[in-house]
Design a protein around this ligand. Sequence first.
Ligand code: MIC
Ligand code: SF4
Length: 760
Amino acid sequence: MPVTASTPIELVEQVYGRLAERVAAGRQRLGRPLTLSEKILVNHLRDPGDGGLERGRSYTDFDPDRVAMQDATAQMALLQFMTAGLDEVAVPTTVHCDHLIQAKTGADTDLRVALDVNSEVYEFLRTVSEKYGIGFWKPGSGIIHQVVLENYAFPGGMMIGTDSHTPNAGGLGMVAIGVGGADAVDVMTSFPFNVRFPKLIGVVLTGELSGWTAAKDVILKVAEILTVKGGTGAIVEYIGPGADSISATGKATICNMGAEIGATTSLFAFDPQMALYLKSTGREAIADAADRVADDLRPDPEVYADPERVYDRVVEIDLSTLAPHINGPHSPDYARPVSEVGEVAKREGWPLEISSALVGSCTNSSYEDITRAASLARQASAKGLRAKTPLLVTPGSEQVRATIERDGLLADLEAIGAIVLANACGPCIGQWDRTDIDPGETNVIVNSYNRNFPKRNDGNANTLAFVASPETVVAFALAGTLDFDPINDPLATDDGEEVRLDPPVGDMLPDRGFDAGESGFVAPPEDRSGVEVVVDPNSERIQLLEAFEPWDGKDFVELPVLLKAKGKCTTDHISMAGPWLRYRGHLENISGNLFAGVVNAFTGESGTGKDPLDGETRPFPEIAKHLHEQGVGWVAVGDENYGEGSSREHAAMEPRFRNAKVILVRSFARIHETNLKKQGVLPLTFGDRATYDQIEEDDRISVLGLDGLAPDQPVRCQIVKPDGTTVDFSAEQTLNAEQIEWFKAGGALNIIRERTNLSG
Ligand code: MIC
Ligand code: SF4
């Protein structure tokens, strides 16, 4: 099927054409009514009669309808895809240029600079896309998830994307899952997407949003209830009468940030809000087709009647009483109502003064978000107020930007001092050339993004980042202090007059329809035979990949411990973004950031440790390089939810490249665990979580009996102390038979070529 600027109705019809029959078969196999996730999943089973449906257990093969990749992860994914030697991708696939644009002065200049600075990478992505029949969205066209929502997502569809916030498309009722590049390569090479059949969490929404409370507050609350690991291995399905009162883009906000609780994905059922959004984005035919199969695009009625019977866990939230929330710093689940943050800040000793306020990101940059933010800006202007902090706005897509410009909303925000940045990720991923703060200075920022791990936005570990809705962020920008409750507190004008803000109001969709702006889509040419992909062997940004060494069949005996991570160890800690995004296509160069942000449990220092070969203290990337060059395998030890956050497989490929054999932790985040398996690193979890405490700096770790490695069987391990004494312990692993093959082969790259030759 040709790749076009939106999902063709024929693809949607294909999916809907088999829906009723597959749903009926699923009901029969399970012997009960189905949730929406189950309907969509059974409709995408590779083997409809047989694919395992046991939640949290069966590893099941699926055929997603689409693949989407963003520039920072697509490079590695496509370098792997290229090794398959195929002529084209097997399913409709798109690449979106959004992560590499650095925010500095404003949209136009920043985009021009990015086009220049990243020309080699953009050229690589453009030509690879042309060669293999992939749709290419140019820099400036918008953030992947917003562009997907506007053009490609459809109710009942299934897609995977090489970005953890791919679940954004759940706002249009799609099962959209964030994956590492190697998973995307499976699907692009016509192999199935294999994942454990997810557990199901039902969130029942009652009441209705009003006043200051926005869709964002729903997920900020859910993050508090479920925590950053509560969604691991599960799909979160939003149901209940409150669900239908939220706009499609509001639903997308909620699903998007489901990544922060580790959920496989999140989704809402098809409803009139989705139909309205589809129509206003030029997809009437899809809205009509969805209407015709609407019953199968919602959970069965019995599920609504008795959710406890079907979901593994049920959470209830009353939208009518939900207060606006603000979460942070340092973790997206540290939640509290906005009215309490001032008190908490005083108690914790956080600065009250806000140094920057930022609106945008893939989570919160819809037309509705901006209308609500702009309504506050208009009020503020009328009352003689301006933002007291820098206020930076990143529109999510060119379509949103052009529309909010046409409708005067950008002007409203600019009138209170806002600076409009490029339609891209920008400061959300550390692409922020910030000059207002000294390095290391403790300061507070408030943003409408989704993640707030240390160093994420500006590389400064002492920046305390809080996430909230766009309207809350604008209110804080006007107040300039955390000690402010927009609902109850007055603001002072320059003349000392006290004024109050009325609650924000917005429009879900533009009355005059969307203005598409300048099109950023480049379709692959029909005749692709002459397209050449050139990689300069001296490039510092793109490096062709070589397969890793296969496993030598031996146990891992007395591996040194490169590091033991203390506390949170997200993918940002393992492979930092910001300036390092530059090397996302060059495995060797990006390995220079390996573990640079990790807190060493033995010393409390960040990013450094003791080199087990010579006892010197060095940055972790240098120790890893040293061990690699000396041919010494090693192990890294971590705590709970290791690898939380991003889908970036660099966090798995870098350790693999530097000769890691095992990552041993208390628990893993889903995408990262799979990425490790794909690259041939053995992910193990402690059988007894207390064993973590027994590992000391000079210990060595053995992993034994590996020739008997079998699905779900524990592995025998041993701590070897410097004096030769040993502590035996058992570790769990979740590899299935195929994943054991990847491990033995030395990683998926060794299998890709072999598989495609077999199938070709
Ligand atoms: C993120 O929000 O952390 C990112 C940057 O979008 C990542 C992808 C990446 O690291 O390139 C994600 O969420 O997967
Ligand atoms: Fe981009 Fe931020 Fe969204 Fe990641 S979370 S895709 S960096 S806007």
